[in-house]
Design a protein around this ligand. Structure first.
Ligand code: 6GU
Length: 225
């Protein structure tokens, strides 16, 4: 899978993809993330990428031309399955969306800044708009990193059995049960006895019960549909 990220602050994306699971994905040629600096497509000698908004009002808007030139140049190289714009007014990003995106071949993610991007780009070039939650970030870069992490780990071959995504919270619409490791007792805090019995069926039943309890207590909304 190839994910290109077009953004105004590429520095924000330097860290996230050079560690652990996503780094392994890249070394195994399962996922390539390329960050493109929108400023390279900026206008004039100052490489301008934003301007005042028509109709007045506070805040700058990312201009149509740099975005258009960047996107069409990238498209001459790649046939994107999806052109995603990260925006707080997009569709909520969920595990189901992550699953769908993990099956795509080539994706372009556009990150906005300031007041947003010229609506004409959204209207004519963007195919999917995503939000990672009901709060406002100063730009789409960190949201894009969240999407890429969630999608990247689902690509076949990226995770091994131990890190398998099958049993993640949300993957079956329910939260994950509590987990424990050595020692069996720490400062008088004990690991539940059931986990020491070696009785796999009983352990599975306990985990299922704990997962349901946890979901009922913390996220009853997940059980309603
Ligand atoms: Cl995708 N972008 C920004 N700027 N803020 C957000 C967001 C995206 N999702 C939630 N808040």
């Amino acid at each position: 899978m190839e994910i290109d990220v077009l953004c105004a602050v590429p520095g924000l994306l330097e860290g996230p993809f050079s560690h652990s699971i996503l780094e392994r994905a890249s070394k195994r040629n399962l996922l390539h993330v390329q960050v493109i600096d929108l400023r390279e497509y900026g206008l004039g000698k100052h490489h301008q990428i934003d301007d005042y908004q028509y109709g007045g009002g506070a805040g700058m808007v990312m201009m149509v031309e740099p975005l258009y030139n960047a996107i069409t140049e990238l498209q001459s190289d790649r046939a994107y399955d999806e052109i995603i714009f990260m925006t707080p007014d997009g569709l909520p990003f969920t595990q189901a969306k992550a699953n769908q995106l993990s099956l795509k071949g080539q994706i372009l993610i556009i990150c906005g800044h300031y007041k947003g991007i010229d609506e004409r780009i959204r209207e004519h070039l963007v195919t999917l708009e995503l939000s990672i939650g009901d709060y406002v970030l100063s730009g789409g870069e960190l949201a894009a990193a969240v999407v890429i992490d969630a999608v990247g780990r689902l690509i076949p071959g990226v995770l091994n059995d131990e890190t398998s995504a099958l049993f993640d919270s949300f993957q079956d619409g329910i939260l994950a049960p509590p987990v424990y490791t050595r020692p069996a007792e720490f400062k008088g805090w004990k690991v539940p006895d059931i986990l020491m019995t070696g009785n796999e069926a009983a352990i599975d039943a306990w985990r299922e019960e704990q997962a349901e309890k946890r979901t009922r207590e913390r996220r009853p909304d997940l059980l309603r549909d």
